[in-house]
Design a protein around this ligand. Sequence first.
Ligand SMILES: [Zn+2]
Length: 321
Amino acid sequence: MQQNNQESPTNPCNVCGSHHVSVLANHSRSGKPLRTVICNDCGLVWSDPLPHNPRSFYEDDYRVAYKGTYSPKPKHILRAGKVALYRRKLLGKWIDQPKKILDVGTGGGEFAYLLQSLGHDVNGIEPNKGYAEYSKQAYGLKVQVGFIQDIQQPDESFDLITIWHVLEHTENPCDVLTKLHSLLKPQGTLVVEVPTIEATCQSPKSTFHEAHLFNFNLDTLRKLGEKVGFTEVEHNISADGANITVFFQKNVTATKNDKELKIPGNAERIINIVNNHTAYKHYLTAWPYQRFFYRMSRTISEKCATTNFVNGKKLLDQLYA
Ligand SMILES: [Zn+2]
């Protein structure tokens, strides 16, 4: 991740439309060749060329998951259930009244089920058929199998749309946010959470991988929202600095011109953070050791909590009670 050569990208920048990029890395965390570029004009980071076609990638994934009856392991339900509780806290006032909600990338359904049990009218969409079917059967959720572009819902259907750790996996985040903008009611709220490229709590080796086609920081995510007609009303950075959550609402005026979409200084800032995040410095911080002990205690507590496992619903009902 050292050579920041000027290069031409296969596709223009998804945020600002620029063709001016530098190479940030040439390998993924698995050591395989993966060219990661950064837009010199706004700081968006992406895999160029795309390492796979996201559609076939997730469809293949679903075929593997759907051999026979898919059923997530108890420890994974428990883990996702705890994440769901964290997300409920994060949403706070935005979910204190019953709402019509869309959860994009519903996964195993743990968060959508929590919302449903709180009295909200919840719809989900999930490309992985195994997960989608499981969440429908286990929790009685309304989940469509597919990608957001395929959703069968009229425009302006939802008060709240949540999209947790999905945008970075999509081949065109601008198209995805545009679609979500049309699905949202005029006074609705969109909540987007992604990992940030500025995170330094993970090993530097883990920064780039094939599944994350795009890497944002707060500035590029906010700017992408503005591009499609959103305004940020609130944001949160997780305690470990790994994730950013932005709350967007619809703006009266839409798309900005390319000049306004540039973010001066952002690329330099990101290149600096990435290049300074070395393995040597990382092991001088508390993060790797905290992570080790956290994982060890998690394994033990998960064993205890899932000993008398009956089914996913029972487990979540206990956790959410
Ligand atoms: Zn750009």
